[in-house]
Design a protein around this ligand. Structure first.
Ligand code: FAD
Ligand code: DHB
Length: 397
């Protein structure tokens, strides 16, 4: 069987939120785009991941015509709670800096994107095997794959590597041309979805003697909760009863009742910070998790991807309409400047809100008390809270 040859302007690798958003925006502007995804369409939607969209991400989606359900079904939150040492303090984003965040699950963003793609009469190529990139330093780079036993080659002017942390785009760049910066944390997050009304109006980030816990939500009937656990721990060790008991202990405080309900999903995710630099190699651009990962404490992963897209899309359009390469040439440096700010904030939130355990308990105790001091500094200072609010609600792109 001969190879099917497809020619397009932009080939996107990865049909997650980064890939679908890029593809949608480019097509909206009249650019031909093909998207190659190695999993099935339901798989890309069903993964339970991000829950918080920062204001700039909401503005990007709204401007693109993707905000209808987000504004009716998403919840606008004007603050979060920080809980420590038996105290609970609200950080009032809207009062401090007149910005907010929206609680709207990544699964809902994906559903909206797929509806929008369907309306454009467009579908990604799903369940593609052996995806590989070629000729990245030429003006005709290509993506090859096999679908149902058929070999396909897509030749484009540019390739967008939006295939997440475990994809093939980043590893397609020669090691001599890219540097990886990594920080691994000695804990992971056990996350659950539960069919129960949230016990809080806004997200609670809590540090307890036993470790971090967080209460988030997806709707008025679905709660999302997280616990700091050993990253090597097996989810099989965590019965529903054990999870609720730990959440009750870590989130408990006077006057608060944590409502329990059936757990519909549970998993453990390790935590790491990662940046690959540069984010461009020839005519391949890395976007989202393929180039950078944050620990989830600052709710920045998906939002950082939208930041990349907000810079790269107009730069590509400028190139296609005027031939101007200034934007695409600046993409990597401009994105990395923003990404390192986001990395710093995610690390700040993570270090402040988790328990660190070493073989020196006295030092661990010192560090914990110092973290409580840091939290008191934040909640007792309008500037401290405004710093957190500015970063949590997102850098203005
Ligand atoms: P991905 O979502 O990983 O999508 C990549 C796509 O590429 C996938 O569909 C994958 O199947 C496909 N792919 C992989 N390999 C190949 C290949 N070889 N060929 C073709 N396709 C391929 N972020 C936030 O902003 N706020 C939050 O509140 C938040 N909470 C989180 C909570 C958890 C538990 C987790 C795990 C993450 C959270 N994140 C959060 C991070 C967020 O989910 C990610 O940053 C986001 O999914 C990145 O999107 P992406 O499209 O870049 O990558
Ligand atoms: C959620 C995830 C996060 O990482 C976070 O910081 C806040 C909320 C969530 O899944 O709802």
């Amino acid at each position: 069987m001969s190879t099917i040859e497809i020619t397009t302007q932009v080939a996107v690798v990865g049909g997650g939120p980064s890939g679908l958003t890029m593809a949608y925006l480019l097509r909206q502007a009249g650019i031909d785009v093909e998207v190659v995804e190695n999993r099935s369409r339901p798989y890309t939607v069903d993964r339970v991941r991000a829950g918080v969209l920062e204001q700039s991400a909401v503005e990007l989606l709204t401007k693109a015509g993707l905000g209808e359900r987000l504004h009716t079904e998403g919840q606008k939150h004007d603050g979060i709670y920080l809980q420590f040492d038996g105290e609970k303090h609200r950080v009032p984003f809207a009062d401090l800096i007149n910005r907010s965040v929206w609680v709207y699950g990544q699964q809902e963003v994906m559903k909206d994107l797929l509806v929008a793609h369907d309306k454009q009469g467009f579908s990604a190529h799903y369940e593609c095997d052996n995806v590989a990139l070629h000729n990245l330093l030429t003006d005709a780079p290509s993506v090859t794959y096999t679908q149902n036993g058929q070999d396909v080659r897509i030749t484009a002017r540019f390739i967008i590597g939006a295939d997440g942390f475990h994809g093939i785009s980043r590893p397609s760049i020669p090691e001599s041309e890219i540097t990886h910066h990594e920080r691994v944390y000695p804990f992971g997050w056990l996350g659950i979805l539960a069919d129960v009304e949230p016990s809080t109006d806004e997200l609670i980030y809590a540090i307890h003697d036993d470790g971090f816990a967080m209460h988030s939500m997806r709707s008025n009937t679905v709660s999302r909760l997280y616990l700091q656990v050993d990253p090597e721990d097996d989810i099989a060790n965590w019965s529903d009863e054990r999870i609720w008991e730990a959440l009750q202990t870590r989130l408990g405080h006077p006057g608060f009742t944590l409502k329990e309900g059936p757990i519909t999903e549970k998993s453990i995710t390790p935590m790491r910070s990662w940046v690959s630099s540069p984010m461009r190699y020839g005519n391949l651009f890395l976007v989202g998790d393929s180039a950078h990962i944050v620990p989830p404490t600052g709710a920045k992963g998906l939002n950082s991807a939208f930041g990349d897209i907000a810079v790269l899309t107009p730069s590509l359009l400028d190139f296609f309409t005027t031939g101007n390469e200034k934007g695409i040439d600046a993409y990597s440096k401009d994105s990395l400047d923003r990404i390192w700010r986001t990395q710093n904030f995610s690390m700040y939130m993570t270090n402040m809100l988790h328990r660190f355990y070493s073989d020196n308990p006295a030092q661990d105790d010192f560090d914990y008390r110092s973290q409580l001091g840091q939290l008191r500094t934040v909640v007792n200072s309008r500037h401290g809270m405004a710093f957190l609010a500015e970063n949590y609600t997102g850098i203005v792109w």
